[in-house]
Design a protein around this ligand. Structure first.
Ligand SMILES: [Zn+2]
Length: 271
């Protein structure tokens, strides 16, 4: 057992989208029915040795959701602001210092303004990808918003971006890991919890069928990396499959208990 602080970890749902198999999966079975997508922001809150929240501990937010405007332009409705859910969890977005951006797609980076004091942790390869020749290809650039990429460049010049190349530590017991596949620079997050290592895959695995059956999500930069990424996620996690949390699977909301009675249907506790 590593001697590391543990975290409580929550998945905060902010949107939902009905999807069919052929819309989300490469080589989908035509009989395969509904694959609803949920949209999440995640938060890890440090705990003390007594299992209670550490006084003065810094919560770390993973992804920021989409902006309401961009979501609406893309036909996705913000159902509950992640800021509201975070506040209900006792996390004040205005005070958050570290936000991990798993990748720069609109539904992960678009809510950056909710965290005015934060530094954004991104992979070198993600920033490169979003400004590279690959963006001349519509399938690659479809999920990026130019203004959000430009905003990240502005943050860079404002000393608010921290780069990682591969594996990186954000805080003791909480690390990022480059995965690739879905985008060139997507990273996942590994968190030490009372149940062992929990992995927030984000979109390195959109659904459980990625990790469990090696099925491919429809938006992909590199198929080989996506498949190798599924293996890497499982290796990073401790034991059972519930220790890898996919990025958009609506079943996440059923697999874990609600964070509180009041947040039932909006937030689940993952650790
Ligand atoms: Zn996504």
């Amino acid at each position: 057992m590593p001697n590391l602080p543990t975290y409580e970890v929550h998945a905060c749902k902010y949107a939902h989208l009905p999807r069919k198999a052929h819309e989300v999966q490469i080589m989908a079975d035509p009989h395969d029915g509904d694959h609803p997508m949920d949209y999440f922001v995640w938060v890890a809150i440090p705990l003390g040795e007594d299992g209670k929240r550490l006084v003065g501990g810094q919560p770390i937010v993973i992804d920021t959701g989409f902006s309401e405007t961009v979501g609406a332009q893309r036909g996705r409705k913000m159902l509950r602001s992640p800021a509201l859910t975070l506040r209900d969890l006792g996390v004040e977005p205005n005070d958050v210092r570290d936000v991990i951006i798993t990748h720069l797609h609109y539904d992960h980076v678009g809510g950056w303004a909710l965290f005015p004091k934060a530094r954004y942790h991104v992979q070198d390869r993600e920033m490169q990808f979003a400004t590279s020749r690959h963006m001349t290809k519509k399938p690659f650039r479809h999920a990026y918003e130019v203004e959000e990429v430009v905003a990240m460049v502005r943050h860079l010049y404002g000393d608010r971006v921290v780069f990682h190349d591969g594996d990186g530590e954000i805080a003791p017991g909480l690390t990022v890991h480059h995965i690739g596949g879905h985008t060139m620079g997507i990273q996942s997050v590994r968190v030490w919890t009372r149940n062992g290592w929990l992995v927030l895959a984000s979109d390195a695995a959109h659904y459980y069928w990625g990790i469990e059956d090696d099925k491919l999500f429809a938006i992909v930069f590199n198929v080989a990396d996506m498949l190798a990424g599924y293996d890497k996620l499982k290796k990073l996690a401790d034991g059972c499959q519930d220790m890898v949390v996919p990025g958009h699977d609506a079943r996440v909301m059923d697999r874990y208990p609600p964070s509180s009675a009041a947040l039932k249907g909006w937030s689940v506790r993952l650790d």
